[in-house]
Design a protein around this ligand. Structure first.
Ligand code: ATP
Ligand code: MG
Length: 650
């Protein structure tokens, strides 16, 4: 076949295939254009998930009739003043979005500039461009995209349901909105308004200045209140690069990375390097399959980042990857350390919710009060299950006098070895039936006995009891805390090991027989080059001819059975990819973590009140002690008000 130059409409359709692969991609381009035009309010309307109509209305700077005509030409842009592709301050820069959309739909643009007495409209149908005609429209721009992909029916077949396409569009607008709390956004789809975001100015509705951080308020509106309440602020700088945003406490985690929003110079990105850095920063607090929630904004000089590496501009390349990674890992770890023993408030809430879920099942008292309701039909009230005869029988058992109460007042064990070491025992041993476990009852009773006033105000409270030789129950100023003693102690030991590693350096262990590891030539050279740094981390190696290194010493922590070849290969890979090595540090942290597990107080060990208080005080003083090494909480806090609610006192 002879070579031929493709006609322009076909070229545009091919380009469109890359730029607008689904309605949400067109929405992204149009909203980005509106933001570039300085809009303060952007309204998106969809019909049939954007397949029938995408309309984006903004109140930005608008276009003249001539600009309108040029805007839909390929490679026409107002955003590249010079010819430098590394000097980009706008979301757009290629001049491709409008012509691409125009090539595969019926596109109408209506626009008016401030100070101009008329608006102009222009239509492009399947790539055929009309002429600008006068129109009526306020200042700003309205873009209507009808019948997207009508000109490329094959693409249409790949689209998902209306709901799915709408969800994607909402997601796209949410991401852009996170970077612009000063702009109001809505997305509407045939009667529904799945997204409505007012301007966040940091001013309270009453007009009083101050109040919330506008960024956090916007993030809360999108990521949820739980995030807003359990986020730590980030603001760090290094060599002209700034990182800011909010990150969730590790105990607020998810099973996917979908709650991680990353931005580079205001541009939403899904970047492997950034995601990897986040994982590295949290590696210490979360199991591998759990992911934190966060929104991080990286502001970096334009010349240090290339945004022109992906058709939808969702990937970027950094000139200095090590700097970016270091900044993120450092800033996040610092913030997480600053959070101290704080665990997410969702932990207490989740505990309460699970109590309530239990309460929804018939509990003994209600069992006896149960009256068949004439209108209850077959007993199928939503959420209410009628107790079975067996359950009623079981419930009756609760009514038997509690004989097993073993407080120190009676013949039970003495305080030192008691399953719960309680100073004074309440005198209700033979009082009303109590469905709570006896240890829990003791703790609650102790709380009732001690006036809140004479409790020193420690965040984790004063130890009152140990229950089931596993949990410490303590009293705080306005509630109670239940600590998982093993998880908490494990975390403390881990932090101690890490601290001593930092203070005294990593102990090395000489190999009886030095191990030769064969690698690619470049990888071996890279390792040899960084041998000083590696030695500081306890790994002593040197080059061994071409394409091999010889390892003489390894970190003692790794033990005699360490897989040296795997370790060295991993480090070499990381050096190649990131110019920095983390594998060794991560491996050391893993070892610390399992050492901590062995060295810590096991569940089942009896603790004295003094030991319990010591543990609580150490938790308060130790960073990261609010979660165990797998991101599970080490304690649960219940506020008095919540407990009262549990018992129906509120
Ligand atoms: N909503 C708008 N308000 C004002 N001007 C706009 C608007 N949308 C587009 N324009 C103008 O039309 C030009 C072309 O837009 P288009 O999106 O095709 O390219 P771009 O934004 O410059 O680059 P990219 O292809 O990377 O998005 C823009 O450079 C801008 O001058
Ligand atoms: Mg654009």
């Amino acid at each position: 076949m002879p070579i031929r130059l493709l006609p322009e409409t076909l070229v545009n359709r091919i380009a469109a295939g890359e730029v607008v692969e689904r309605p949400a991609a067109a929405v992204k381009e149009l909203v980005e254009n509106a933001l570039d035009a300085g809009a303060r309010r952007i309204d998106v309307t969809l019909r049939d998930g954007g397949k029938a109509l995408i309309q984006v209305v903004d109140d930005g700077g608008g276009m003249t009739a001539d600009e309108l005509s040029l805007a839909v030409e390929r490679h026409a842009t107002s955003k590249l003043p010079g010819d430098d592709l590394l000097n980009i301050h706008t979301l757009g820069f290629r001049g491709e979005a409008l012509p691409s959309i125009g090539a595969v739909s019926r596109l109408t643009i209506t626009s008016r500039q401030p100070g101009s007495d008329s608006a102009w409209a222009l239509t492009v149908e399947g790539g055929a461009k009309g002429r600008p005609v006068p129109a009526a429209h306020p200042v700003g721009t309205r873009i209507e995209v009808r019948d997207l992909f009508y000109a490329t029916p094959a693409r249409l077949k790949f689209l998902k349901t209306t709901r799915t396409e709408t969800d994607h569009a909402v997601d796209v607008v949410q991401r852009l909105a996170m970077a612009h709390p000063e702009v109001a956004f809505t997305v509407a789809d045939e009667g529904r308004t799945p997204l409505r975001l007012p301007v966040q100015t940091g001013t309270l509705p009453s007009g009083v200045l101050g109040g919330e951080d506008p960024l956090l308020a916007r993030l809360g509106a999108i990521m949820g209140r739980e995030f807003q309440e359990n986020a730590l602020p980030i603001d760090a700088r290094r060599e002209g690069v700034r990182l800011y945003g909010h990150i969730g406490l590790p105990t607020l985690n998810k099973n996917t990375a979908a709650g991680q929003y990353l931005f580079v110079n205001g541009r939403p990105v899904r970047d492997k390097l950034l995601l990897g850095a986040v994982r590295g920063a949290y590696a210490d607090f979360l199991a591998r399959d759990r992911h934190p929630l966060l929104a991080l904004f990286l502001d970096i000089p334009c010349e240090d980042v290339d945004v022109n590496v992906h058709p939808a501009k969702t990937e970027v390349r950094f000139r200095d990857q090590g700097l970016v990674r270091g900044l993120i890992v450092g800033a996040l770890k610092h913030a997480l350390a600053g959070a101290g023993h704080r665990a997410s408030t969702t932990v207490g809430q989740a505990a309460l919710a699970s109590f309530r879920a239990d309460g929804a099942r018939p509990i003994p008292q209600t069992a006896f009060q149960w009256q068949p309701q004439p209108h209850a039909g077959g007993g199928t009230w939503p959420g209410i299950t009628r107790p079975t005869a067996g359950q009623v029988e079981a419930a009756r058992a609760f009514q038997a006098p509690v004989a097993a109460w073993e407080g120190p007042r009676g013949e039970g064990p003495t305080p030192a070895t008691a399953p719960f070491a309680l100073a004074e025992a309440p005198a209700y041993a033979d009082a009303a039936p109590n469905p709570l476990s006896s240890g829990m009852a003791a703790a609650v009773a102790a709380m009732a006995q001690t006036g809140a006033d004479d409790v020193p105000d420690f965040p984790l409270g004063i130890a009152r009891a140990q229950v089931h030789q596993t949990y410490i129950v303590s009293q705080t100023r306005d509630g109670m805390v239940i600590v998982d003693q093993h998880a908490a102690h494990e975390r403390l030991v881990y932090e101690r090991i890490k601290q001593s590693m930092v203070a005294q350096g990593v102990k090395r262990q000489m190999l009886l027989i030095p191990e030769v590891v064969e690698l690619e030539e470049a990888a071996a050279a890279r390792l040899a080059e960084r041998s000083d740094e590696l030695a500081e981390l306890g790994l002593c190696l040197e080059s061994f001819g071409t394409g091999a290194v010889v390892v003489r010493e390894i970190p003692a922590l790794l033990g005699a059975k360490a897989d040296i070849k795997a370790l060295v290969t991993d480090i070499a890979d990381e050096l190649a990819e990131l110019g920095d090595q983390h594998a060794l540090k991560e491996r050391l942290e893993e070892v610390c973590s399992s050492m901590a597990c062995h060295g810590s107080v096991r569940a089942g060990r009896v603790l004295t009140l003094g030991e319990m208080d010591a543990l609580l005080r150490e938790m308060e003083a130790t960073p990261h002690s609010g979660q165990c090494n797998h991101g599970r909480p080490t304690y649960v806090e219940l506020k008095l008000a919540d407990i009262e609610r549990l018992f129906g006192r509120r």
